[in-house]
Design a protein around this ligand. Structure first.
Ligand SMILES: [Zn+2]
Length: 290
């Protein structure tokens, strides 16, 4: 049987590399990512937020990613990224998702624990293995924006290792998304990640619980490497691929103002995404790990 997502994550934690998690909202982005994964033999997580999965329909995303994984012979794990309700988490599982990120980090701790645990129980009742991620601590931003100014983060919002241990113990999650100075989107300044906190979290939690870094875009090569060395086994990238995609699309439309065939205009975007995704796969040490 092909290795599960959790087994790849355990391997990444033990060996000091990270699985890339790339978000998709259309076929061209997905295709660019899959081409990079196939070329470099890397296992990949494909993320769809609530909005993104509505575009494909959850069952449509499952079928499409499964077909591409078979066609290209590469492990692709579809994740229901930032799912904000138990009902939508269960719907993703019912649609065939192999992975769900239940994000109730804005709720009080006890409620976050109870509802995340409910999703874990539901996942464990299924015949197949489903990987569940919970989130603790507040990220400063919610979506993929390129901010003009500086984004400042209050260290009081960071995840406490003691609470993280309690959260993991009480929920039974496979992966934890902590707040360690990361945020969604990018700004003019590089992100200030707390590597000491990542190390503390890693030391505190069982090895079979993977640490996930959200809002990776714009962290810079050095910070990514340090975060992975400190214990991150999965890095989320969305904005940087979207920037590559839209930049290529703008240039393509400018160069071919009379072209009306969509895939002739988006071909350059797919290539730009493939190139960017390949850079991250290599940077995270995931090349050849499929
Ligand atoms: Zn995220």
């Amino acid at each position: 049987m092909a290795p599960s997502l959790n087994s790849y994550l355990r391997r990444a934690t033990a060996e000091g590399w990270a699985l890339p998690h790339f978000n998709v909202c259309n076929l061209e982005l997905l295709r660019g990512i899959v081409l990079a994964a196939a070329e470099l033999r890397s296992p990949i997580m494909i993320g769809t937020s609530e909005g993104e999965r509505a575009l494909f329909t959850p069952a449509g995303a499952v079928a499409l990613v499964r077909a591409l994984a078979d066609e290209f012979g590469v492990p692709l794990f579809l994740n229901a990224d930032h799912t904000h309700s138990v009902a939508l988490a269960k719907a993703a599982i019912d649609a065939g998702y192999p992975s769900v990120h239940i994000d109730l980090s804005k709720l009080p701790f006890a409620e976050n624990v109870a509802k995340t645990a409910e999703v874990v129980r539901y996942a464990r009742k299924q015949k197949r293995e489903i990987s569940i991620e919970g989130e603790l601590g507040a990220l400063a931003t919610d979506s993929s924006t390129v901010f003009k100014g500086k984004v400042t983060i209050d260290p009081a919002s960071f995840t406490s290792p003691e609470l993280a241990l309690e959260f993991v113990h009480k929920t039974g999650i496979d992966r934890l998304a902590p707040a360690v100075g990361n945020y969604h989107g990018m700004s003019q300044t590089k992100k200030n990640l707390d590597f000491t906190l990542i190390k503390e979290l890693r030391a505190k939690l069982r090895k079979n619980v993977a640490l996930v870094l959200h809002g990776g875009s714009g962290s810079g090569e050095v910070a990514f490497k340090k975060a992975i060395t400190a214990g991150i086994a999965n890095v989320h990238i969305s904005t940087e691929l979207r920037v590559a995609y839209t930049k290529a699309l703008r240039e393509s439309i400018k160069k071919n103002p009379d072209e009306v065939v969509p895939y002739k205009l988006t071909g350059a975007s797919t290539l730009a995404v493939q190139k960017k995704a390949a850079e991250f796969i290599k940077l995270f040490g995931a090349k050849g790990k499929a």
